[in-house]
Write a protein that binds this ligand. Sequence first.
Ligand SMILES: Cc1cc2nc3c(=O)[nH]c(=O)nc-3n(C[C@H](O)[C@H](O)[C@H](O)COP(=O)(O)OP(=O)(O)OC[C@H]3O[C@@H](n4cnc5c(N)ncnc54)[C@H](O)[C@@H]3O)c2cc1C
Ligand code: FES
Length: 340
Amino acid sequence: MPHLVRLETFDAEIEVAEDETILEIALEENIAYPFGCASGNCGACKSRLIRGTVHMRGHSAFALTEDEAARGLILACRAEPRGDCTVAVLNYDDAVAHPLKRLVGEVASVERLTHDIAAVRVQLPEPMAYTAGQFASVAFPGFPARDYSFAAPFDPSGMVEFHVRKLAAGGVSAFILDELAAGEAVAVQGPLGFAFLREAETGPIFAVAGGSGLAPVHAILQSALQAGAGDRPAHLWFGARAERDVYLEAALKALPGLGLKIALSEPDGATDRPVGFVTDILAADLQALGPAALDGARAYLAGPPPMVEAAVRIFQAAGLDPARIHADAFYTEAEKQALA
Ligand SMILES: Cc1cc2nc3c(=O)[nH]c(=O)nc-3n(C[C@H](O)[C@H](O)[C@H](O)COP(=O)(O)OP(=O)(O)OC[C@H]3O[C@@H](n4cnc5c(N)ncnc54)[C@H](O)[C@@H]3O)c2cc1C
Ligand code: FES
């Protein structure tokens, strides 16, 4: 029997069966409930259970700690109602609302950026409005959909760009790197995600990217710094394995006022760059900068889940309010299933 779930944030009520999650039904009802991974790994759908009881499906401790659960917080993507409930989204006040669209476009170009990252440009039949930092669900004929972040600020011509890193043989990313060519049809659903640039603010930006996580972070920095934002403090820590994995360096250096640090974790020779995990270098730099540097700041993070999770902890330990940390961890479908 379905239960009545009141969504305080949206002044709406939905009926959710015991084998469904609150997020699933909210999205079916076209309610713009915030979410990222939809699998209990990212924390984007964190909500307060004001009344009632839910059963929580498996999730990572990163997305919802035991302490948060004890304080009545839940993940809407994991919460099955066990009676009528009332929930409110945590930190909803700064969400953007672009219409969700499903469009079929055509690949305009595929360009190698490194040995295992390609830029894919797709011409959509109409613009898909989004804010830098958001992502789309992208599906090529014969392949399952995968999430890819918009790699450039919104372009009203309907051209969108994604940066895809090849993970292993057989997957969608291998098809994109090895076989995809201009002219291929592609279904794009979006925009999705809540790790987007808070455009109304002018405080400091602290950005951390690993691998193709540079795609959304570069879009965020372009949007924030190219719009005549003056002397807004902005820092980027970019982690790559070796020199051959570094890309977009000239474009990043051209962004006005950006403090850029590129760290190599496995350099294959002598290098002038900092060596080590980018998160270790971030932690040392934040300590040197001191807590005042984080006043009014927002952190934007994207890339491999271990890097993103470590960076979130570092910013929290440095005193940044978790509500000001916006992260997209690039979980694969297998990782989502395993964690959930
Ligand atoms: C919100 C979000 C945004 C994302 N944005 C981007 C983006 O902008 N760019 C991007 O490149 N990706 C992005 N991803 C990841 C992307 O969605 C896919 O998961 C990725 O491209 C792998 O898909 P696949 O089909 O190639 O691999 P799958 O078929 O899902 O996996 C292929 C194989 O790779 C193995 N594998 C898993 N992780 C690794 C690893 N780290 N190294 C080596 N092998 C591994 C798996 O075990 C599996 O066997 C994003 C993910 C999320 C959740
Ligand atoms: S959307 Fe619920 S934890 Fe990611």
